[in-house]
Design a protein around this ligand. Structure first.
Ligand SMILES: [Zn+2]
Length: 469
């Protein structure tokens, strides 16, 4: 079996992948509730002869499926969680399937399925004797709340990989050479004393005052943190009725920064602000780290190999009706929004002008930082990892939008997913068949970039995943 036969195998099994992706799209499951998705994908792999380990890191919807033996060991990361309240039909108007229900507004129905498809294709190549080694597909839950890979990483589940590949649905066919922001998700809680707000305010100690003062303090802190760092918060408990001094209140913060150590430094300073607020209000402050992740450590050697494979495939090719659907969808967000969204992805003007991206573009974004966070970052600090995006959505579609849900359930999403599966399979085939040369280069680059700092789980000892929506 040659490399091209692997790609042909994926084409002849396009229907299977499409059925799985559509099935997941029709049954969107929230983080940690992806029982159907994990079962469906793990059973397909098991039937194909993969050894499946479920319930990884005590996460019921995390699994790994492995085929082959010995080195190299290649990993492909998959995700399958959906987002709350993003239910949407395949339509160019905002029209939920079920109002208030979840939807695949980040395209994870496509993300995991392409990875599963690539693992199945590599299995064919191994079976034929064309390549040797081990291929693993990781079913990773709860990406949206950073609840999966960070816990899996803590268990050492990725440690023995020689390299790891993944991708993400988006508007462009491009390798991601950029980094992402490291993150801590923290809830600050205050406990005071309740009192009648009119009759006995002097007896009350307001936890809500503490939250508000903490937020004021953190807004002053903004000026004195690194430029690309981000702080955002919501008040998750502001008390109850206004005539009672709130005894309990809390604020949920995200702290993001280009490097993990920066997040930790800002977190430390934020805890001092919380203590200050507690002192001012005579309330008790406490905090809980709900989730955390690393920045992404890119790997140019693996990125170039992905890019070569994408260029050889030439990108997805859409039908006229898909282009027409893309144009209709784009009308719902307009050109100004389209341009702004694409700028965030460092897109060149010629792509911004398109309705759907059908080629492959090489963007030198190696020194850029995408203003988002992903638990892919934690894996990237353990083993050489590269990722790319495929044009599953019309140009200018924002992630986590109803338009992204619509496109992720349409022919556009399925075709780009097929392209992603072929890119992953082609790249994995190259890594398994060149005698280890590229892997050696990728590892040398990884060692040089990671330096001596190593990976230390952002999670406090004994931390368990928190279900957040
Ligand atoms: Zn996503």
């Amino acid at each position: 079996m040659k490399k091209n036969d692997v790609l042909v195998w994926l084409d002849s099994n396009a229907e299977l992948l499409q059925e799985v992706a559509r099935d997941l799209w029709e049954r969107p499951e929230l983080p940690f509730a992806e029982e159907h998705a994990a079962r469906l994908q793990s059973e397909i792999l098991e039937k194909a002869g993969f050894a499946v380990r479920r319930n990884l890191a005590d996460l019921p919807t995390a699994f790994v499926a492995e085929y082959g033996s010995g080195r190299p060991i290649l990993g492909i990361l998959g995700e399958y969680d959906a987002l709350a309240k993003l239910s949407q039909t395949v339509s160019s108007r905002c029209e939920p399937v079920r109002p208030g229900a979840p939807g695949h507004g980040c395209g994870h129905n496509l993300l995991g399925t392409a990875g599963m498809g690539a693992a199945l294709a590599i299995r064919q190549a191994m079976e034929s004797g064309a390549v040797a080694g081990t291929i693993r597909y990781y079913g990773c839950p709860a990406e949206e709340t950073l609840g999966g890979k960070v816990f899996m990483a803590r268990e050492g589940i990725f440690d023995d990989l020689d390299a790891c590949l993944t991708w993400h649905p988006a508007s462009m066919n491009v390798v991601w050479g950029c980094s992402f922001l490291a993150l801590n998700s923290v809830e600050f809680r205050f406990r005071g004393t309740a009192a009648h707000a009119a009759a006995a305010p002097h007896l009350g100690r307001s936890a809500l005052d503490a939250v508000e003062l903490m937020n004021v303090g953190s807004n002053y802190l903004r000026e004195h943190i690194p430029e690309q760092a981000r702080l955002h918060y919501t008040i998750t408990n502001g008390g109850g009725a206004p005539n009672i001094v709130p005894a309990e209140a809390s604020a949920w913060y995200y702290i993001r920064a280009p490097k993990r150590h920066m997040v930790e430094e800002i977190f430390e300073r934020l805890t001092k602000i919380a203590q200050g607020a507690s002192l001012m209000t005579e309330t008790e402050a406490s905090w809980a780290l709900l989730a955390g992740c690393y920045d992404v450590l890119p790997n140019a050697v693996l990125g170039e190999l992905l890019n070569k494979n994408m260029a050889e495939l030439g990108g997805p090719c859409f039908a006229e009706e898909e282009r027409a659907f893309a144009r209709e969808l784009a009308k719902s967000f307009g050109p100004a929004h389209k341009e702004k969204v694409m700028q965030a992805y460092f897109a060149p003007p010629e792509i911004v002008a398109m309705d759907l991206h059908e080629g492959v573009v090489a963007i030198d974004d190696r020194n850029q930082i995408m203003a988002g966070s992903s638990d892919v970052g934690d894996v990237s600090w353990l083993v050489p990892l590269a990722q790319f995006t495929a044009a599953t959505w019309p140009v200018g579609t924002a992630a986590h939008s109803w338009q992204a849900t619509a496109a992720s359930g349409s022919g556009i999403g399925f075709k780009a997913m097929q392209f992603a599966a072929k890119t992953l399979a082609g790249t994995a085939f190259d890594l398994l068949s060149d005698g280890g040369e590229i892997l050696a280069l990728a590892k040398a680059e990884f060692a040089a970039r990671a330096g001596a700092s190593g990976y230390k789980s952002p999670l406090p000892e004994g931390a368990k995943p928190v279900v957040q929506q």
